[in-house]
Design a protein around this ligand. Structure first.
Ligand SMILES: [Zn+2]
Length: 77
């Protein structure tokens, strides 16, 4: 299989996808096929559904999470 956008070579990789709910961000490691040329990601079936269901769980605070950092907003420049 080659990339549908640029016809580049595609490799299987573990990638971090970000699931967001308002200001909360959850990083999830998933399997994807990534174009080595343009970076386009292709997900195996089930991964997108998993991300959607994680977004819902994140919104409901249904997950056991480990904090790895904080997001700040600059109030004054
Ligand atoms: Zn590509």
């Amino acid at each position: 299989m080659t990339c549908v956008i640029c016809a580049g070579e595609i490799r299987k990789k573990k990638v971090f996808e970000e699931v967001k709910d308002k200001n909360n961000h959850l990083l999830v490691k998933v399997d994807a096929e990534v174009c080595l040329n343009c970076g386009e990601r292709y997900y195996p079936s089930g991964v997108v559904d998993k991300l959607i269901s994680l977004k819902e769980s994140l919104r409901k605070r249904n997950l056991k999470l480990h904090e790895i950092g904080k997001v700040y907003e600059l109030l004054k420049q």
